[in-house]
Design a protein around this ligand. Sequence first.
Ligand SMILES: Cc1ncc(COP(=O)(O)O)c(C=O)c1O
Length: 443
Amino acid sequence: MAGQGPGLQAGKGLSAEGAGVSGVAASGTAARRAAAPAFDVQAVRRDFPILHQKVHGRPLAYLDNAATAQKPQAVLDALTRFYSRDNANIHRGLHELSERATSAYEATRARAARFLNAASENEVVFVRGTTEAINLVAQTFGRARVGAGDEVLITTLEHHSGIVPWQMLCEEKGAHLRVAPIDDRGELRLDEFEALLGPRTRIVSLVHVSNALGTINPVKSLVAMARRRGIPTLVDGAQAAPHLPIDVRDLDCDFYAFSSHKLFGPTGVGVLYGKSDLLEAMPPYQGGGDMIASVSFEKTIYNRVPHKFEAGTPNIAGVIGLGAAFDYLSRLDPAARAVHEDDLLSYATARVAAIPRARVVGTARAKTGVLSFVIEGIHPHDIGTILDRQGVAIRAGHHCAQPLLERLGLPATARASFAFYNTREEVDALVEGIGRVIEVFGA
Ligand SMILES: Cc1ncc(COP(=O)(O)O)c(C=O)c1O
């Protein structure tokens, strides 16, 4: 991940196995800061045109990155270039434009494989996003593997897209959905997780980083626990990919999913990684053009993987835009970026925790990217609405993790979520805005 760009020197970012900050006191952050080159956040911000605007007369502080991240100029340029110069359908054209489009599309597959450290680009399937990736696995691999009385294990930390597809499968098959519990900090209880891995567990599906709390699950250990019992694993990396280095071979998971739009790429595109032997053995998800080798009315021979899973004309421009996002990210120094992101979350956590009647929700020892909080007596939606008037964009609600919020005894939280282009000044604007909320509501 070394290259030219802001902050530039090869380095190692956070490990995917539980590094990150823990609430206010981030052990190891000082040492990492000393070792990492400086991160020039102002230089990086110049790459994101959308950040430089006023909202309701105040400078925009975009702190809703867990919902979707902003796009650098390089991604916008890639989309414009594709549509103004190269637009054509892929894989079947003999003409120059189709060849250009095909090679740009397939080049992103190779970049995605590098991003994930996959063994082969054939292990990369382009989908619409994390949601579609999980549905694909549930409806192909899961449907073939799960039967009546079997179990699917998930965790309390899942986003709805890590719950509902498995629930649908379990309903169809007469199987049981088991849920590994968390403690009050928002950490998975590892002993209970392990105890739930039983002889009927057919697949484990778990989130790498919680979108509602920012908890980083120790996925490598969790995958190893499942593997020792021969149970396959799917990791939902929607919130991990924008913050942590991902190494699917090191994690040894069978499937890994993430969305382009949270990774500074276009909407409508995502990646499903799957181990090649599993992808080979799985039936297709949808039928149609491009996923076939030959068709007759009697029988269809499917295309080789990964094309077997990409029926119909895909989001060609979106995939090419994602390729530009991978390139952009590869030019940021990962260690410098990680230190900056850690600093933002620690700083924001300390400042919000110091506000009277505010409470940080989710105090796991390993966190990244997300600060959820509540203020006694004020509904999170009111917090979000008043912050918007101050130019501060956050999210309020159940964050598509209703069972998790229920476990925490809350209907909703306010959530500020960070990207590497955010600044301490934006955190200050958040805290000032919360002061205004408290004034308005007379707390
Ligand atoms: C942890 C997690 N999983 C899955 C998803 C679903 O992603 P998408 O809507 O891009 O399919 C999200 C989106 O917020 C998420 O945060």
